[in-house]
Design a protein around this ligand. Structure first.
Ligand code: PLP
Length: 486
């Protein structure tokens, strides 16, 4: 069903409720009509996933249209002594009008779940680990693969560079980055490795980072330090974080005259926090320190403007929150550094010293480029499905989840309830538990796929919300955690 069809069906069924209120509400319908009851009935009639009701109730409430509240128009009508039947009629007209407005503004009613290939028997709340690819994007990916196999020499020998250039241009435009500074890499780990292993580090040079980084990237830098004698310094950022200014001050206090590189996540892996990377990059540029941002979780989860962030090097995954097929990521490097960055695999592109950054990196031996070539379709998919609204809905689910779990366990959240600090993914503290047993039981007994994270000696659950998730998924997790831990 398209959004338009859903809206039409919903309005049709609300209209039916309006025509025959007694049938739906009975003789004793209360004077204060429950907004949700009407919507529930309409959803049922239109066969729409009822789990959206909480979300819309929340949006509604945020608009000061509070239910059962003294300001509710129905309460006001009742106070004016209007007859019950008239109130019911008025309330339903109001409801229809409200829904018309709301649905026109937020055309996200169709459940995105059926657009994805995920196993419907699993409550999938771990988009953060490897993403998930929508059907139309995956079909594009498979079409590229088939086309390649039909005539491999034509595809890889003649068309490869043009196709890659087109895909790069589209991604660069999406990211607000210059296309000739962007190369495709198979994953963010490769992006970090490409830069880290190119730098001419000297013994005693310092690479400053935080203690919230992705483990494999820590290992990359430790490897580079073993080779060069440089030092990797993981500056502690204790929880809870409070505000960006304090964060930047605390992080900056660890800068020394020997700091040559700052390596920092845009959105952290264990703690799912958005770090204020633009301000760190600005300060670092003034101080002549190189910045490398690990944006593995950023593209698709938060709006990205790489030009405004101003990192010397920024790597990000398209296969996580942009929902591209696995094996699609990018690295953007500032033009003045192009010549310093070596390809991870030296191949035909290195024949001539004067070749560009893109040429030196684009061909790394024979490899399957279909994931890269599908990135424009992933961008289209999100734009066609009003991803700003999807993100907002997911953020609201994330915000709600942290509140529910904080209440359930009596443990304070790790950051303020703000889109400044988290997007569609949240890390929430758990009471003392065995993380391995908890993870196993969540999956084996409740079919809930969600990572349990250990950070700083404490255990957390990291919950991802993507377009395919509904409040029913959130309920399933809360129910399972309650059963296992309470
Ligand atoms: C912050 C961060 N950086 C890097 C990576 C590595 O991504 P990939 O496995 O795609 O290289 C991850 C993976 O989850 C991550 O969370």
């Amino acid at each position: 069903m398209t959004n338009k069809q859903i809206i039409e069906k919903l309005l049709e069924s609300l209209e039916e409720v309006r025509q025959r209120p007694r049938l739906f509400f009975g003789e004793d319908a209360p004077p204060v009509l429950n907004f949700l009851l009407g919507f529930n009935l309409a959803c049922e009639a239109a066969e729409i996933d009822k789990s959206y009701q909480d979300m819309y109730l929340k949006i509604q409430m945020e608009r000061n249209w509070q239910i059962n509240n003294a300001l509710h128009p129905v309460v006001l009508m009742a106070r004016q002594g209007l007859a019950k039947d008239a109130i019911i009629q008025e309330a339903l007209i109001l409801e229809i009008e409200t829904w018309k407005r709301l649905l026109a503004e937020l055309p996200i009613m169709n459940n995105l779940k059926n657009q994805f290939l995920l196993d419907p028997t699993v409550t999938f709340l771990n988009h953060g680990s490897f993403g998930a690819c929508p059907k139309p994007v995956f079909e594009t990916y498979q079409r590229w693969q088939l086309e390649l196999e039909r005539q491999p020499v034509e595809f890889l020998g003649r068309r490869f560079d043009d196709l890659m250039d087109q895909a790069r241009a589209r991604l660069a435009d999406y990211l607000h980055a210059p296309a000739d500074s962007l190369i495709f890499v198979p994953n963010a780990t490769a992006g970090v490795n490409t830069v880290a292993r190119s730098l001419n580090l000297q013994p005693g040079d310092e690479i400053l980072t935080t203690d919230h980084e992705y483990g494999a990237c820590d290992l990359t830098w430790q490897f580079v330090c073993r080779q060069t004698g440089a030092v990797y310094l993981r500056h502690p950022i204790p929880l809870p974080v409070t505000n960006h200014a304090d964060f930047v001050e605390s992080f900056w206090s660890a800068v020394t005259p020997r700091t040559r590189v700052i390596f920092i996540s845009h959105i952290t892996s264990p703690t799912a926090l958005i770090f204020p990377v633009a301000e760190i990059c600005r300060r670092a540029r003034e101080a002549g320190i190189l910045t490398i941002v690990d944006g593995a979780h950023a593209p698709g989860q938060i709006p990205l403007d790489l030009d405004a962030i101003g990192a010397d090097a920024y790597t990000g995954n398209c296969h996580k929150w942009l929902c591209a097929p696995k094996g699609a990521a990018f690295l953007v490097v500032r033009p003045d550094l192009h010549n310093q960055i070596n390809p991870l695999i030296v191949s035909w592109g290195d024949m001539n010293e004067t070749l560009t950054f893109v040429n030196r990196n684009q061909w790394q031996g024979t490899r399957e480029p279909s994931a890269f070539l599908s990135v424009p379709t992933a961008i289209d998919f999100q734009q066609e499905h009003h991803w700003d609204n999807v993100r907002l809905r997911c953020h609201q689910m994330a915000s709600e989840m942290r509140g529910r779990l904080a209440e359930l366990f009596g443990l304070a959240p790790i950051c303020p309830d703000s889109p400044e600090w988290f997007g569609q993914m949240i890390t929430v503290p758990l009471p003392p538990c065995d993380p391995t047993i908890l993870k196993t039981r969540l999956y084996d007994e409740f079919r809930v796929e969600v990572p349990i994270v250990t950070w700083g000696g404490n255990h957390y659950v990291r919950v991802s919300f993507q377009g395919y998730n509904t409040p029913t998924d959130a309920d399933a997790l809360v129910h399972a955690l309650q059963k296992i831990l309470c």
